[in-house]
Design a protein around this ligand. Sequence first.
Ligand SMILES: *[C@@H]1O[C@H](CO)[C@@H](O)[C@H](O)[C@H]1NC(C)=O
Ligand SMILES: *[C@@H]1O[C@H](CO)[C@@H](O)[C@H](O)[C@H]1NC(C)=O
Ligand SMILES: *[C@@H]1O[C@H](CO)[C@@H](O)[C@H](O)[C@H]1NC(C)=O
Ligand SMILES: *[C@@H]1O[C@H](CO)[C@@H](O)[C@H](O)[C@H]1NC(C)=O
Ligand SMILES: *[C@@H]1O[C@H](CO)[C@@H](O)[C@H](O)[C@H]1NC(C)=O
Ligand SMILES: *[C@@H]1O[C@H](CO)[C@@H](O)[C@H](O)[C@H]1NC(C)=O
Ligand SMILES: *[C@@H]1O[C@H](CO)[C@@H](O)[C@H](O)[C@H]1NC(C)=O
Ligand SMILES: *[C@@H]1O[C@H](CO)[C@@H](O)[C@H](O)[C@H]1NC(C)=O
Ligand SMILES: *[C@@H]1O[C@H](CO)[C@@H](O)[C@H](O)[C@H]1NC(C)=O
Ligand SMILES: *[C@@H]1O[C@H](CO)[C@@H](O)[C@H](O)[C@H]1NC(C)=O
Ligand SMILES: *[C@@H]1O[C@H](CO)[C@@H](O)[C@H](O)[C@H]1NC(C)=O
Ligand SMILES: *[C@@H]1O[C@H](CO)[C@@H](O)[C@H](O)[C@H]1NC(C)=O
Length: 463
Amino acid sequence: MNYLASLVTLLLLGQECVGYCPSLCVCKNKAGDGAAPEVEAGDPLRLKCGGSPTQLTELKEIDLSQVLTTVISLNLSGNAITVLSRELQLPNLQKLDLSKNQISLIESDAFYNMTSLQRLDLSNNQISNIYKEMFKGLVNLERLIMTHNHISVLPVGTFDYLVGLKQLDITENPLICDCELLWVADWSRNTSVKLVGNPKCASPENMLNKTVRKLKIFLDLSACGSLLPITTLVVKPYQNQVVFEGDSLNLSCNAPFASVLAKYELKWIHPMLEICDVNETTTDMQEEGLAETTLFFPNLTNHHTGNWTCAYSDQNHIKHNHTVEVVVISNTTKYCMTNHTIDNKGLYAWPQVLLNHTASVPCRSGEGLAYRYCQANATWGMPNTTACSYTSNVTKLLQQFALLNISLVQYSAVNATERLALLIQEKTYPLAEISDPDDVMFIAAAIRNYMQYIEEEQDLGKW
Ligand SMILES: *[C@@H]1O[C@H](CO)[C@@H](O)[C@H](O)[C@H]1NC(C)=O
Ligand SMILES: *[C@@H]1O[C@H](CO)[C@@H](O)[C@H](O)[C@H]1NC(C)=O
Ligand SMILES: *[C@@H]1O[C@H](CO)[C@@H](O)[C@H](O)[C@H]1NC(C)=O
Ligand SMILES: *[C@@H]1O[C@H](CO)[C@@H](O)[C@H](O)[C@H]1NC(C)=O
Ligand SMILES: *[C@@H]1O[C@H](CO)[C@@H](O)[C@H](O)[C@H]1NC(C)=O
Ligand SMILES: *[C@@H]1O[C@H](CO)[C@@H](O)[C@H](O)[C@H]1NC(C)=O
Ligand SMILES: *[C@@H]1O[C@H](CO)[C@@H](O)[C@H](O)[C@H]1NC(C)=O
Ligand SMILES: *[C@@H]1O[C@H](CO)[C@@H](O)[C@H](O)[C@H]1NC(C)=O
Ligand SMILES: *[C@@H]1O[C@H](CO)[C@@H](O)[C@H](O)[C@H]1NC(C)=O
Ligand SMILES: *[C@@H]1O[C@H](CO)[C@@H](O)[C@H](O)[C@H]1NC(C)=O
Ligand SMILES: *[C@@H]1O[C@H](CO)[C@@H](O)[C@H](O)[C@H]1NC(C)=O
Ligand SMILES: *[C@@H]1O[C@H](CO)[C@@H](O)[C@H](O)[C@H]1NC(C)=O
């Protein structure tokens, strides 16, 4: 009697309390290291399903409907599954092992509601096509293992939905290292994602066994050109420097287009580099993924004056250089202070310049340069803006009248004189727009210019 009663109780428990375990699966509760074979209903479940000798070929073969919310770990390794579609809707699943199957197709919503998933192992399958949408919903995924598949291409942004990703293993895939894959290297450098196991390129032939993480630019610069905007040296400071004796100075030169795939040289050139007090630091792509050379002048002296050229060259005959002129001035050196001038060619700001040197700045209007000499007594000379255009439209017009070559144009000198008279009248009354001394000079020049032709025309008229 007693025995029968407990048997009934057990059967009841079997329905009410003891958890159900899907057929073809082995269940363990969370703590269960070889613990009780029974599993309490509602406890977190760890499942291992299929595997030899009863390999699953489809996910449908296991019925997870009664454990949907309790499964936290699912091991499907060593089956013969070929397609992943939306059959695993397990919102609390944290760990999913699908390694050693024959998966070749993953549908876009395969992992749709698995927001708790942290580890996903897809290694040793036949996956060749991976794309952004298939990872949608995996917001907590931290480890993604895809080693030993057939992946050759990774479209830009493939892992964008995996916002929590920390480790990615894509080793042992036939990766094609062309411009399309370049983003992976940048992405891993700019995020906290670690490319586990140092994935290598499988093709093209000249890239074989190169490290994906270190890809920067390809031997064929033009092919990747549009993807890589920076193709010039980044030198800081970029402008010429006027510095004081005894101060310190840093000059850095960075070649962002340098590649670990091509042998290159990046160096500073200056006749005094070897003998004067300069600290040179060179960082090489090979070690740091950065090509940079930096000069530190702890105590500037007159020896450091001159042109410091940063030069890049590589085995593909690509060359770049940039020069910074350093002028070291001491307390005894004299120079002209910054100064500005305004004239009929506009406002010009003159930089600090050494004695007996000429400063030059671009014209405010028109091509060409404006000059100003710094005299031996450390005062500025007169600015020379000859090559620049006038800022006043009236002056520009009068200048044209003065230069007009009557013999080359349609109308006569009398006509031209009449038009000049009209212009002067219009620009003087009621508003006096003719105000610059150069205006009067141009009027005088125009009159002299036309006069000779007026005499000629009168002579012709007599005939
Ligand atoms: C997926 O998750 C969303 C939000 O968590 C829920 O509304 C939806 O019903 C789920 N879909 C399935 C098929 O479980
Ligand atoms: C590339 O690596 C593989 C495996 O490490 C090796 O067998 C092969 O010889 C390497 N090829 C080259 C060209 O380095
Ligand atoms: C320059 O480098 C030398 C050794 O390379 C070091 O001893 C020295 O302290 C450095 N000077 C400065 C100012 O960093
Ligand atoms: C800088 O160099 C000058 C002359 O070479 C020397 O007199 C001075 O002590 C140096 N200053 C420092 C901070 O080393
Ligand atoms: C530096 O280069 C500029 C332009 O090439 C040149 O005019 C100047 O004389 C050079 N300075 C020195 C000190 O060599
Ligand atoms: C720097 O580049 C210019 C052309 O851009 C070239 O004429 C010059 O020789 C180069 N200078 C050095 C030091 O390589
Ligand atoms: C230059 O003058 C400044 C102050 O005007 C002083 O601090 C500095 O030590 C002087 N430098 C030299 C090299 O005499
Ligand atoms: C500037 O030129 C004058 C005369 O041409 C000369 O006497 C003087 O030594 C020069 N000064 C400098 C600093 O070169
Ligand atoms: C500086 O020298 C120029 C000519 O060399 C002269 O015209 C000017 O008056 C001088 N200025 C001063 C302040 O000595
Ligand atoms: C600019 O230079 C001129 C001539 O050297 C001087 O008279 C004027 O005061 C300077 N202006 C400024 C703002 O320093
Ligand atoms: C002014 O500069 C021009 C070049 O722009 C030059 O031809 C001319 O000789 C200069 N004039 C003076 C007075 O230096
Ligand atoms: C001068 O002429 C230009 C074009 O001819 C015009 O755009 C500008 O407004 C004029 N400036 C004035 C001050 O009239």
